[in-house]
Design a protein around this ligand. Structure first.
Ligand code: G6P
Length: 609
């Protein structure tokens, strides 16, 4: 999705902006640009379709010394990914705007501006902002007040950055429904759609609230709220440290993030466990009182986060013994949903900014007992707007394909399950036993990573294939779904997942020697049933790749490749069996030579519908 970076300093800012854009590349985009005020007080605009590197090359040809500027990576929504649609957009020669999100009423605004003589040079909704601000400034308002008035007239969810040659010391910013943070420096200040973009220049951040307008100079940050009142927003320190956003020795962020998982498991548990028990206070003020009343759980999420929710349904219904529904947010938000009394809404999101998940929360917030966000980004919209929040603490996830965020969500969901199960008869000693297994997770995950080489070898069988089928039963069915999603996301191989018991009801017709079948088959009470499903595949000449927990029960033979995982607590099986599937898709993608961290057409944080 689009990214914004802006800076006002007493040194040239072009490189700061460029580095900021590089750090936002992971979000997905198709053009990049920046606008700076040069020494002569003119706006210089540089834009390129394609990668940030193309913009960097242009900047190398035309070095810039401007000390104030805005920059943007655009992910096309209104209009093609061309240079003329790339941001910044200008009104005349003196005003430049970058924008994330969508302005829903841009058409009537554009018609009114055209009638007033404004000429449009792009297909974007953003250009409306530039002209509208120019028009409003002509009424004699200050830039801040003019921007506030424009924001009030624009419907939708968006974040804005503005520079104006007539106000060469001011960088303006606005936030309404899309994320925007202010980076607080020493004698310089910054804006960005994600704090990651600014880590090389500051670790102090101010989060804007809905409707806030900020005016930044080198030494001041003034914020007014939607009503026009001057407000103070607190400054917080970025927690994860800069190293978290760098690849280090790994070839890709995805691989780095897969290998970080032992540490991530530790962080997900940190502060939540004391003497073999979970600390309920970690779920937030008032959580216990809500949890006492919960009669059913509704989980809503998108993509990989949705798969985590599907696994949690098995846990909640079997351990807590109350009904649990799981639905993708884009369906849930538009359906006439029946929510029984005392429903706990759990939203799952790595970013906390996914438009559909956020909309689903807003849609039903008033009709549920309480909303709990399980999320990786503190200060994100989802966290701020929910009654309760449990942070997954996975650290920044850069690879578009989610890995460590998923496993950390599973830990958070399992802990939440236990907290709810306390109310329905889970005994302290049972809780202690599961908590002990959780504490062993970092070691378990570490041992699974040692399968990396064997999995890389296994991946060779997939590189030339066009399709793959993933099978699992019970909690391992959503794990199979997540494995299939990972493979299609980064290797572009068409992959589907089925509950193994459904094989006969359709997918078996597809099985032949060109359709590898991946099965996740831990040594649990579903193993025998799964084994007969696998026989059905073998009988049709399908090649099997089985991740199993029991060497004896499924053996390597012609057409069957097995990989044995260590024995694990049944509740941790979904976590353990996810790891090899992440590695499998990674190695297949590397063999195919795809853009692993930024797969085509996908975005990390889907902040538009
Ligand atoms: C996008 C990403 C996925 C992610 C999904 C939900 O599709 O590419 O990796 O699972 O959004 O994102 P969230 O931040 O809400 O977990």
């Amino acid at each position: 999705m689009c990214g914004i970076v802006g800076a006002v300093a007493t040194r040239p800012v072009a490189e700061i902006l460029l580095e900021g854009l590089r750090r936002l590349e992971y979000r997905g985009y198709d053009s990049a640009g920046m606008a700076l005020l040069d020494e002569a007080g003119q706006v210089v605009r540089l834009r390129r379709a394609g990668k940030v590197q193309a913009l960097a090359d242009l900047l190398a040809e035309q070095p810039q010394t401007g000390e104030i500027g805005i920059a943007h990576t655009r992910w096309a929504t209104h209009g093609k990914p061309t240079e003329s649609n790339a941001h910044p957009h200008m009104s005349g020669e003196r005003l430049a705007v970058v924008h994330n999100g969508i302005i829903e009423n841009y058409e009537p605004l554009r018609e009114a501006l055209k009638a007033d003589g404004y000429v449009f040079n792009s297909d974007t909704d953003t250009e409306v902002v530039a002209h509208l601000l120019d028009q409003t400034l002509k009424t004699g308002l200050s830039p801040t007040q003019a921007l506030r008035q424009c924001v009030a007239r624009m419907e939708g969810a968006f974040a804005l950055g503005v520079v104006h040659a007539d106000y060469p010391d001011q960088l303006l910013a606005a936030r309404k429904g899309s994320p925007l943070v202010i980076g607080v420096g020493m004698g310089e200040n910054f804006i960005a759609s994600d704090q990651l973009a600014l880590l090389p220049v500051t670790d102090r951040f101010m989060f804007l609230q809905e409707g806030d307008i900020a005016t930044l100079t080198t030494h001041q940050i003034q914020v007014i709220d939607a009503a026009g009142n001057a407000v103070e927003r607190p400054v917080s320190i970025f927690e994860h440290g800069q190293a978290a956003a760098e690849k280090g020795a790994f070839k890709h962020f995805m691989l780095k993030e897969i290998f970080e998982q032992p540490e991530v498991m530790k962080r997900a548990l940190e502060g939540r466990i004391s003497q073999g028990h979970l600390l309920e206070q970690a779920w937030g003020v008032g959580a216990s009182a809500y949890f006492d009343q919960v009669k059913q759980v509704q989980i809503v999420a998108c993509g990989t986060s949705y798969h985590a929710g599907m696994i949690a349904r098995y846990w909640i219904e079997s351990i807590v013994g109350i009904p649990c529904n799981v639905e993708v947010a884009s369906e849930f938000r538009y359906r006439d949903v029946v929510l029984p009394q005392n429903t706990l809404l759990i939203t799952l999101s790595q970013s906390g900014e996914t438009a559909d998940t956020l909309a689903a929360l807003r849609e039903v917030k008033q009709r549920v007992l309480a909303s709990l966000a399980i999320c990786n980004v503190p200060g994100s919209s989802l966290v701020r707007e929910s009654d309760l929040a449990l942070m997954t603490n996975a650290g920044p996830e850069i690879g578009v394909a989610s890995t460590k965020a998923f496993t950390s969500q599973l830990v958070a969901l399992l802990m939440t399950t236990l907290i709810l199960a306390r109310r329905t008869g889970l005994k302290p000693e049972q809780e202690a036993q599961i908590v002990e297994a959780l504490i062993g997770l970092p070691t378990l995950i570490q041992s699974l990573l040692s399968l990396n080489d064997s999995i890389a070898k296994m991946a060779e069988a997939f590189a030339e294939k066009h399709h793959a089928l993933f099978l699992g039963r019970g909690t391992l069915y959503p794990v199979a779904m997540e494995g299939a999603l990972k493979l299609k996301e980064i290797s572009y191989i068409h992959a589907e997942a089925y509950p193994a018991g459904e094989l006969k009801h359709g997918p078996l017709a597809l099985v032949d020697k060109d359709m590898p079948v991946v099965a996740v088959a831990p040594n649990n009470d579903m193993l025998d049933k799964l084994k007969s499903n696998l026989q059905e595949v073998r009988a049709r000449g399908g090649e099997l790749f089985v991740f199993t927990g029991c060497e004896q029960s499924i053996r390597d033979e012609e057409g069957v490749t097995t990989l044995t995982l260590p024995a694990v607590h049944p509740l941790l099986e979904p976590l353990a069996y996810t790891l090899p599937l992440q590695l499998l898709s990674y190695h297949v993608a590397v063999l195919k030579g795809t853009d692993v961290d930024q797969p085509r057409n996908l975005a990390k944080s889907v902040t538009v519908e």
